[in-house]
Write a protein that binds this ligand. Structure first.
Ligand code: BYC
Length: 324
């Protein structure tokens, strides 16, 4: 009898029980290799998105229109860095090295959310990113708080609390502009015109073209399909746009009484695939900036390593003194 086969069979049975009971898989539990691989893929892409996602808003920290706006924006961008760190830690519990993930990101071989390859040329984009991008992120991420992998689900709880503040601050930026001059209103509308469709694409390709959804849903990683979440997001946005007095740039947007949802127009999936293939407005800029930051931070990592070595040597010396 092969004991490795026995262990795998017992592990699989236990894993199946956890999934059927809808409880959590923990790092020390046996898990199928494909489940681990899917989690590493999704969690690392998610972490990269948070880190690259700092750039479109980081672009405006020095130009925010007031001290208050600058302080809020700085705090928000710092939150995104924190989210990236929780997520890299969650991915590490699956056995993948953080340095490996960083290398893949700066080599341009890792995926991160398509949305961060769009430029942010106007202050109103800080409003649109908060309202639409963080809004889409919340819609997508609240169900991930119940993802079957414990460390990922727990990281999402805190992340979602912060994202909810981020969305409100974006909404408030747009509200202030919409209560301002004609020029400010036009700036807000122009920005929403650019971000609306890319934000809807954040949920991923249509269900029929989503190769990973079915298995991820069977494993309780994803709880809803890409199209279900996109619909939920549109339904949430319409009343909020009415409060803002902003027009969502889709002539086909209309309430469907029978479905109890808003109908909306087909998205340009050709554009989505172009962005994923590296042909977005800012793919090169984003990866280059991340690489520069990583290389520029080499001295910090070196200093931290030297300090840790010094501390370890001091501790070893002390232990030896006590022992002798
Ligand atoms: N962009 O089979 P599918 C934030 C890829 S950051 C790029 O449906 P899945 C924030 C997908 O990876 C929040 N790629 O995949 C930060 C797959 O490729 P691979 C970011 C995309 O995984 C700073 C292929 O297309 N949120 O909030 O079942 C400032 C087929 O797709 C995208 C997350 O990362 C995309 N939009 O579902 C402000 C959420 N969509 O890997 C805000 C966590 C799809 O097979 N992730 N692809 O080569 C998820 O929930 C899921 O991974 C997705 C995709 C719904 C995104």
């Amino acid at each position: 009898m092969n004991s490795a086969v026995d262990t795998d069979a017992a592990g699989q049975a236990r894993f199946d029980e956890i999934i059927a009971a809808d409880t959590r898989v923990e790092p020390t539990d046996w898990m199928p290799a494909a489940y681990r691989k899917t989690l590493v893929r999704q969690i690392s892409q998610h972490a990269h998105s948070e880190i690259i996602g700092m750039q479109p808003e980081g672009n405006w920290i020095t130009r925010a229109p007031s001290l208050k706006r600058k302080a809020i924006l700085m705090a928000k961008v710092q939150d995104e860095a924190g989210h990236g760190l929780y997520l890299y830690s969650a991915a590490q519990t699956l056995g993948v090295d953080r340095d490996v993930m960083f290398e893949q990101l700066i080599a341009g071989t890792a995926k991160y959310s398509s949305i961060f390859n769009y430029l942010s040329p106007s202050w109103a984009d800080m409003g649109s990113i908060g309202w639409l991008v963080d809004g889409a992120a919340i819609c997508n991420q609240v169900p991930l708080c119940r993802a079957s992998y414990g460390p990922y689900a727990r990281a999402m709880v805190r992340i979602c609390k912060e994202e909810s503040f981020h969305q409100r601050q974006g909404f408030e930026i747009l509200l202030a502009l919409m209560n301002g001059s004609d020029e400010q209103k036009a700036m807000a509308q122009e920005s929403v015109n650019r971000w609306y469709a890319p934000a809807l694409m954040m949920f991923g390709p249509p269900d029929a073209d989503s190769p990973n959804s079915q298995q991820s849903m069977a494993w309780n990683i994803k709880r809803f399909s890409n199209d279900e979440l996109r619909q939920r997001f549109v339904d949430m946005l319409v009343p909020q746009a009415e409060i803002l007095g902003i027009t969502l740039p889709d002539p086909e947007l209309a309430w469907n009484e029978e479905r109890g949802h808003y109908d909306f127009g087909e998205l340009d999936w050709g554009e989505f695939h172009d962005v994923l293939a590296g042909r977005g407005q800012a793919n090169t800029v984003r990866v280059n900036r991340r690489r520069d930051a990583h290389e520029g931070g080499a001295w910090v990592r070196e200093a931290a390593r030297a300090y840790a070595d010094k501390q370890a040597a001091a501790r070893a010396e002390q232990t030896q003194r006590i022992a002798s």
